[in-house]
Ligand binder design. Structure first.
Ligand SMILES: NC(=O)c1ccc[n+]([C@@H]2O[C@H](COP(=O)([O-])OP(=O)(O)OC[C@H]3O[C@@H](n4cnc5c(N)ncnc54)[C@H](OP(=O)(O)O)[C@@H]3O)[C@@H](O)[C@H]2O)c1
Length: 230
């Protein structure tokens, strides 16, 4: 699967204040571009801390949009996603997946959430396996929705990873990020703000994931930088 990491940060690379406040760092024009990006991906993924802190819908909300909604995906080792969250509440209507390391929890499956258990890597879903399970789920869904479509052998759905910092670090650390869409707002949040990319062990500069900037443009007050993996 092609993995794109979306970051919406301050100038100093923070995604939230120390207290976790993150709405809205970037302005309306940048947020609209994010909705367009969602519309171009088959899945949108976040970590469970973002799902709990922000209670996002992870849907495409653009005036006049009638296309498919992306599958909403949460990385959630212990299936902590709250029953009262918008993601669970809308799961019977909008395809919603939890990727976990444990057996499916009835509380989630009864609400219409698809729970995909994968192997654990240090207690968290192994990301390569998570992507393989998600690809297979999305392929099954495509066949279900479009039974007359061409064979799906080469189908490579795309996933937009929308954070938070720990999940961004895991994907980058595993070398699984193909592209970055970086929206940078002209504010400074300081060292105690939450970093866009959490901890990942890196001893040598040569081992750092490297990207090539392929585009840069102003969106409202913000800057949108686009990168592809080298
Ligand atoms: N500005 C923005 O665009 C933006 C975007 C997103 C989030 N945010 C902010 O970021 C904050 C949340 O970010 P965060 O870094 O604390 O948490 P996060 O990355 O959203 O979620 C981390 C949690 O996901 C679970 N997880 C499962 N598999 C994982 C894996 N392979 N790698 C990493 N985590 C995995 C872990 O919980 P378990 O071990 O229980 O599974 C982990 O604690 C919130 O304040 C939110 O508002 C801002």
């Amino acid at each position: 699967m092609r993995v794109t990491l979306k970051l919406a940060t301050s100038l100093d690379g923070r995604i939230a204040t120390a207290s976790g406040e993150s709405r809205w760092i970037t302005g309306p024009a940048a947020r609209e571009e994010v909705h367009r990006l969602r519309a171009m991906h088959q899945a949108v993924l976040v970590g469970v801390e973002t799902a709990i802190a922000d209670d996002p819908e992870l849907t495409v909300r653009l005036p006049g949009y009638v296309g498919m909604q992306p599958t909403r995906v949460v990385l959630d080792s212990r299936q902590r996603l709250p029953g009262g969250s918008k993601l669970v509440h809308e799961a019977s209507r909008l395809n919603t997946v939890v990727i976990t390391t444990s057996n499916p929890n009835k509380r989630l499956t009864d609400a219409g959430v698809t729970v995909l258990p994968v192997s654990s890597n240090d207690g968290r879903p192994d990301l390569a396996e998570a992507l393989a399970a998600l690809r297979s789920h999305l392929t099954g869904r495509l066949v279900q929705l479009l039974p007359q479509a061409a064979p799906t052998d080469g189908y490579q759905p795309a996933v937009l990873v929308e954070g938070g910092g720990q999940v961004a670090a895991s994907f980058l650390g595993a070398g699984l990020v193909d592209a970055i869409e970086w929206f940078r707002a002209p504010i400074i949040l300081g060292d105690e703000g939450r970093p866009a990319v959490g901890e990942f062990v890196l001893n040598r500069l040569a081992d750092a994931p490297r990207f090539k900037r392929v585009a840069v443009q102003e969106v409202g007050e913000d800057l949108w930088e686009r990168y592809e993996r080298l």
